[in-house]
Design a protein around this ligand. Structure first.
Ligand SMILES: CC(C)(COP(=O)(O)OP(=O)(O)OC[C@H]1O[C@@H](n2cnc3c(N)ncnc32)[C@H](O)[C@@H]1OP(=O)(O)O)[C@@H](O)C(=O)NCCC(=O)NCCS
Length: 172
């Protein structure tokens, strides 16, 4: 397994792979923005926009590769606000259902956190709806900050709450 930064141009050339990975996660119930049935081309469009935002320096993408296959991905999105130069959001932590419980999710989070710390970021935050994801974040020391009921729909259309987490990183 290789976990590393995915350069914007590399993501741009792999938007179909990223869309397939996200589709696999949606198909097995992950609430990551879409409901069933979704259009694969919408997912491709999403990842193309991510690649453009990465090229503009708004976010950083990390990937987990297994024999060159895109098995996992996560985004680190800078606040972009004048009052939040120290802050970024973790988004779209996705590991293919075919490669779960092998440490990819943990390795992606550690890679993103290490990068954030090296950039001088001191506050990370995220929201999530998955129990597996919550266990992972808690085991990494993320702090539960509360939840918002009926925040979004599961892929099958059922409303669910979202849990908010944050993690403070030591100043450089
Ligand atoms: C959350 C997710 C990224 C975890 O990926 P993963 O590669 O399976 O995670 P890891 O193998 O690194 O597991 C790390 C830890 O998380 C916890 N964990 C992950 N999956 C779990 C499960 N099914 N049951 C219990 N604990 C789990 C455990 O503490 C685990 O450590 P362990 O294996 O040493 O016990 C993956 O399940 C996923 O993509 N889910 C769908 C999308 C999602 O919900 N994303 C997050 C919110 S946007």
């Amino acid at each position: 397994m290789t976990v590393r930064l995915l350069a914007p141009a590399e993501l741009a050339s792999r938007v179909d792979d990223a869309a397939t990975l996200m589709g696999e996660c949606i198909d097995e119930g992950a609430s990551v923005g879409w409901v069933l049935p979704y259009d694969h081309s919408d997912l491709v469009h999403f990842w193309r926009a991510v690649a453009n935002r990465a090229a503009a320096g708004e976010l950083v993408v990390f990937c987990a590769l297994l024999d060159a296959e895109l098995a996992g991905i996560v985004l680190l999105t800078r606040s972009g606000r004048p009052n939040g130069p120290h802050r970024a959001e973790i988004q779209k932590l996705l590991v293919s259902p075919r490669f779960r419980r092998q440490g990819l999710g943990r390795a992606l989070m550690v890679e993103a956190e290490t990068y954030a710390a090296s950039e001088g970021l001191t506050l990370l935050h995220l929201d999530t709806a998955g129990e597996d994801a919550e266990r992972l974040y808690q085991s990494l020391g993320w702090v539960y900050a509360g939840s918002i009921p009926n925040y979004a729909l599961d892929p099958d259309g059922t409303p669910h709450a979202t849990a908010l987490y944050y993690r403070e990183l030591p100043p450089r």
